[in-house]
Design a protein around this ligand. Structure first.
Ligand code: PLP
Length: 454
């Protein structure tokens, strides 16, 4: 069955939005002054439609998640079938459901190597809470209870729960709620354009990895539990680390016996041109939280893939008293399984690696001559454009004008493209089904929007 378009009373909805709805990560007064949110009513393929009649190319795949694009009836059908068969059962009481087990096995096949065990949650934040509790429990069971400290990076995004915010490196989030809580250390991010342009990228990457080792030695290796990082930092501004960075991080973690966690919530499921970002960047983590592309956002589900070495230790510790009502929700699992099947059937990972990924990279490079562009960069279908006031010095706009990213983003939306503005960068992560023509449109709109911002 295909969707039937509904007729909405948009002005009435916007009034109700202001009166009753508190949207995520927003300034409520600003939403009130705007007279309510932009109301997205329906979507198909790579386009969203809003209540004002605009058709917008979704350069963000929703929120880095709608990897297979919008309007897949197949997923609606699978969800309905599973709801009829078994809408819910939990995994608390020595019970499990068929889609949950099948999905765990499927993920284990995709992560490969020692990452053979999977714990389910409903969101990326919950996945990182699971990582936090599981890692600390692991070290206790292993007989090294002092190993509690997590090392993370500034501007990392690991979610919005208390552990997620603490593990993350967003200072504005830390300021609300007196976080991070103790036992989380932050080190510099491998942001070459912002912080390392005076040296070779590889050398800069090494320096950033060295900051991790320095911190381990400061804290005492016997106290460090894990290092956590997104293979490519997403919400931090699509920070693609210099070549060699992750190999150095991995070497340091192994040297001190520290667990390595790759937060694949954005990078997973084809985004970087392999199933997982750590496969693209060439390192082997011990735990892998993932979400978003796991179900392409059609239903909320996340997972943590865990290495057999960790699980063997957990098996000696009795109950791991952690888990959620919706851990392994059968409907979400059935939808995730079909989503993965679609990614496989349409060879979307190969398409990103060999076709649209390199095409986006070249198309973005065509913006390098623009007077406001300091750098363009992309990996797979994760891209960024750095906006500068002065191409030579890479000086930013700053001052009363504020950050340039949100300004250019607003022009992009006006021109029919959804991207995100993060400080002085605009970032993108379109659906993996995007065509070359749509990439040309995306880059053309960015160019026109940069022109408007001059
Ligand atoms: N980790 C990363 C890398 C993310 O980008 C996000 C969300 O954007 C999260 C964790 C949190 O996921 P969620 O918003 O589903 O809780």
């Amino acid at each position: 069955m295909t969707a039937v378009r509904k007729n909405y009373d948009i002005p009435a909805l916007r009034r109700l939005d202001v009166a009753h709805h508190l949207p995520a990560q927003q300034d409520y007064k600003l939403i009130e002054d705007m007279g309510g949110s932009r109301i997205v009513t329906h979507a198909e393929g790579c386009y969203i439609h809003d209540g004002d009649g605009n058709r917008i190319l979704d350069g963000m795949a929703g929120l880095w998640c709608v990897n297979i694009g919008y309007g897949r009836d197949e997923l609606a059908d699978v969800a309905a079938e599973q709801m009829r068969e078994l809408p819910f059962y939990n995994t608390f009481f020595k019970t499990a459901t068929p889609p949950t087990i099948e999905l765990a096995a499927k993920i284990a096949g995709l992560t490969g190597g020692k990452l053979q065990h999977v714990f389910f949650n409903a969101s990326g934040s919950e996945a990182n809470d699971t990582v936090f509790r599981m890692v600390r429990h692991y070290w206790k069971v292993k007989g090294e209870p002092a190993r509690k400290v997590f090392i993370s990076r500034w501007n990392a995004y690991h979610g919005s729960t208390v552990a997620g915010v603490s593990l993350g490196g967003m200072k504005a989030m830390h300021a609300q709620g007196d976080l991070p809580f103790p036992g989380i250390e932050h080190v510099r991010q491998p942001y070459w354009f912002g912080e390392g342009r005076d040296m070779e990228p590889r050398e800069f990457g090494k320096l950033c990895a060295q900051a991790i080792e320095d911190r381990i030695l400061e804290v005492g290796p016997e106290n460090v539990a894990a290092f956590i990082g997104e293979p490519v930092q997403g919400a931090g501004g699509v920070i693609i680390p210099p070549e060699g960075y992750w190999q150095e991080v991995e070497r340091i973690c192994r040297k001190y016996g520290i667990l390595l966690v790759a937060d694949e919530v954005i990078c997973g499921f084809g985004r970087t041109g392999e199933w997982f970002g750590h496969q693209t960047l060439g390192f082997t983590p011990d735990l892998v939280p993932m979400a978003k592309g796991l179900s392409s956002g059609y239903l909320p589900i996340s997972a943590v893939a865990v290495s057999s070495d960790v699980v063997e230790v957990l098996k000696t510790g009795g109950d791991f008293v952690h888990g959620f009502t919706y851990s392994g929700h059968p409907v979400c699992a059935a939808v995730a399984l079909r989503n993965i099947e679609i990614i496989e059937r349409e060879n979307l990972v190969g398409k990103v690696r060999d076709d649209v990924g390199p095409y986006l990279n070249a198309a973005l490079k065509s913006l390098d001559d623009h007077p406001l562009v300091g750098e363009t960069r992309s990996i797979g279908l994760l891209g960024a454009v750095e906006i500068v006031a002065d191409k030579k010095t890479a000086a930013r706009f700053g001052g009363k004008e504020g950050n340039a990213g949100p300004v250019v983003r607003d022009f992009c939306i006006e021109n029919g493209l959804m991207v995100r503005g993060i400080r002085d960068t605009i970032v993108m992560s379109p659906p993996l089904i995007i065509s070359r023509q749509q990439i040309d449109d995306l880059v053309d709109i960015i160019r026109r929007s940069l022109d408007s911002a001059m």
